[in-house]
Design a protein around this ligand. Structure first.
Ligand SMILES: Nc1ccn([C@H]2C[C@H](O)[C@@H](COP(=O)(O)O)O2)c(=O)n1
Length: 247
């Protein structure tokens, strides 16, 4: 069984499906599948990001011998459908976001240094030692009864969780465009670029302020355009026999 969540990760006991929009479940034993599903007309009009994604499909499985089992003397080539660095880092951010308790927006961030090494990961959540059962998760109402004054943003957690002495010239991969407070921290940390998936709050003042600060500080920001809507993590791929009894 697969759980489908918009802009989230679908998970069954064997499969994690990272996707930016619900789509047809895509997994089978022994296969790793990256796949794009053409957006429906209504989805396209609603979502400019998805309309930019090319319709493409990359499906590579362990190939069955095509020669009746005779010894295959062709040179073994390297695997070709591996994910790109950017897909990898953004997927780590999205996977991290799945730890978030925020009922409306689960945001993850992944900070990467100049050698493509991950130096910090975080997601939005309440501060350590502050109960996320007692603090509010509401979006609306009296300010002090909403989550906003309490929640630590994904970027803030990723910066605090860093395992490097400096974040100078690092890139942040994040699900949502940073707010002004996160922009300030990124600037002070020496981060050089922000790669985001959604800018859904771009007209709100804190995000306008954020762009103003980032522009002044010369920090680049750009939207991540995935080549596929979903990335499947199939726990079967490492050893199909592991789950054979369950299927
Ligand atoms: N760049 C961002 C933007 C927002 N967040 C967090 C803050 C909240 O927990 C949530 C947004 O909630 P919403 O207003 O959509 O209900 O996302 C973040 O971590 N990083």
């Amino acid at each position: 069984m697969l759980y489908h969540m918009s802009c989230a990760l679908c998970m069954s006991s064997k499969t994690l499906l990272l996707r930016s929009q619900s789509a047809v479940p895509l997994f089978s034993a022994g296969q790793v599948i990256f796949r794009n599903n053409p957006p429906s007309a209504s989805a396209m009009s609603k979502d400019t990001l998805h309309s930019k994604i090319k319709t493409a499909e990359v499906v590579t499985a362990h190939p069955e011998p095509q020669n009746g089992g005779a010894l295959d003397t062709r040179p073994v080539k390297k695997r070709e459908n591996y994910i790109s660095w950017e897909e990898y880092f953004m997927s780590v951010a999205f996977l991290s976001a799945q730890r978030s308790k925020d009922p409306s927006s689960q945001v993850g961030a992944c900070i990467v240094d100049e050698e493509n090494k991950i130096v910090g990961i975080g997601y939005n959540g309440m501060p350590t030692g502050c109960s996320d059962d007692e603090l509010p998760w509401a979006r609306e109402g009296l300010y002090l009864e909403t989550k906003y004054p309490y929640v630590v943003h994904a970027e803030q957690n990723a910066i605090m969780n860093r395992n490097a002495a400096s974040l100078k010239n690092c890139i942040v991969y994040v699900g949502l465009f940073p707010c002004n407070e996160c922009a300030k921290l990124c600037i002070q940390a020496g981060i050089k670029e922000i790669v985001f998936v959604s800018d859904k709050y771009k007209d709100q003042e804190v995000f306008i302020a954020s762009r103003r600060l980032l522009d002044m500080a010369g920090i680049k920001y750009r939207q991540f355009i995935p080549r596929s809507r979903s990335i499947v993590l199939n726990f079967d791929v490492i050893d199909p026999a592991l789950f054979a009894a369950q299927t």
